[in-house]
Design a protein around this ligand. Structure first.
Ligand SMILES: Cc1cc2nc3c(=O)[nH]c(=O)nc-3n(C[C@H](O)[C@H](O)[C@H](O)COP(=O)(O)O)c2cc1C
Length: 305
């Protein structure tokens, strides 16, 4: 059966989201944490520790840095905590990240990338190291040189999101580039990009598939891909309430901000929700937020009803 991975989505696929997703919708084969940023302090921040101390056996921590020594420190700490795999973020397109030559910024110069990977792989021979990458900084023509660098190392897996940095998340993913790579490389590839339905052809390509926004919008997507039923109104309500309660226990009224972000995706499941969605976007407190959220959860028809 095809392996299905939940992509890291900063601010969305937190430990709170993962626990609710596993319990209500049957989970994913693997979840990736939103990126952790090891730095010169050589300590994880409290909010990072929250993500990796929950004892989730299906969890892969992801690291964002351009300094091999920080990566190596963090990977060894994670190994001590029981993790067998760490993921290297080489795809984040954010301007501030890229300007520091991190994330997709490291794709600008294949020699710099090679130097970083050489140090990391030399220092961590027993750790499963996977990479999540884009196919270039400016142009897909950069991809063969980047792939040649990756092919020098025993990557546990290479997740390819076939867009270049400057495309951010716009336009269509370059699936042709991924398919050509899948045929040509011996590296174990994982496909990531724009999968939103069980009918997506990427699910027939024979490699694992990682899904981000499609899963945030339809948390039952993996169950549907495996032949199960779509999310019911009751499940979505349960999911929402588990997230609200989890975030409220963690951060108090600031939970509203987290839930607002979630609705950017979840709203796709409901029809005729414009008015309460507007109220959700403006909500500053639980007293503004909760009635609007429940107006949708209890009152708006599901798109597949
Ligand atoms: C809000 C948001 C946050 C993201 N955070 C991360 C992250 O922390 N690490 C990472 O590797 N990718 C991150 N991504 C990229 C996704 O993991 C994924 O590669 C991208 O959304 C494309 O896949 P999709 O079309 O299935 O969503 C993020 C994307 C979005 C939209």
């Amino acid at each position: 059966m095809i392996e299905l991975y939940a992509a890291p989505l900063e601010g969305i696929t937190t430990a709170v989201w993962r626990a609710a997703h596993r319990r209500i919708f049957g989970g994913a084969d693997r979840y990736y944490t939103p990126f952790l940023s090891p730095n010169a302090n050589l300590s994880f921040q409290p909010k990072e520790l929250r993500e990796i101390t929950t004892g989730e056996p299906d969890l892969v921590p992801q690291l964002l840095t351009n300094r091999p020594e920080y990566f190596i420190w963090a990977a060894r700490e994670l190994e001590k905590m029981g993790f067998r795999q760490v993921d290297f973020n080489l795809g984040c397109p954010s301007g501030t990240v890229v300007a520091k030559h991190k994330g997709a910024g490291l794709l600008t110069d294949p020699r710099e990338l090679d130097g970083v990977l050489a140090e990391i792989f030399a220092a961590l021979p027993h750790m499963a190291i996977s990479v999540k990458t884009r196919i270039g900084r400016y142009d897909a023509a950069e991809w063969p040189a980047l792939l040649a660098v990756y092919e020098k190392y025993p990557l546990h897996q290479l997740t390819v999101h076939p867009r270049v940095q400057k495309e951010f998340y716009t336009g269509a993913a370059h699936r042709d580039v991924f398919l050509a790579t899948l045929r040509a490389t011996r590296l174990p590839l994982v496909y990531n990009g724009d999968v939103t339905t069980p009918a997506d052809p990427a699910l027939t390509w024979g490699c694992p598939v990682m899904v981000g926004r499609g899963l945030a919008a339809d948390p039952a997507l993996f169950r549907r891909i495996r032949g199960g039923h779509p999310a019911t109104r009751q499940e979505l309500r349960q999911f929402h309430d588990a997230l609200y309660d989890g975030y409220a226990a963690w951060m108090g009224p600031a939970a509203v901000g987290r839930l607002r972000e979630l609705w950017n995706y979840l709203s796709a499941r409901y029809r005729d929700a414009d008015r309460p969605l507007k109220a959700i976007r403006k909500a500053k407190s639980p007293a503004d937020y909760l009635p609007a959220a429940h107006a949708i959860l209890d009152g708006c028809p599901l798109t597949d009803e």
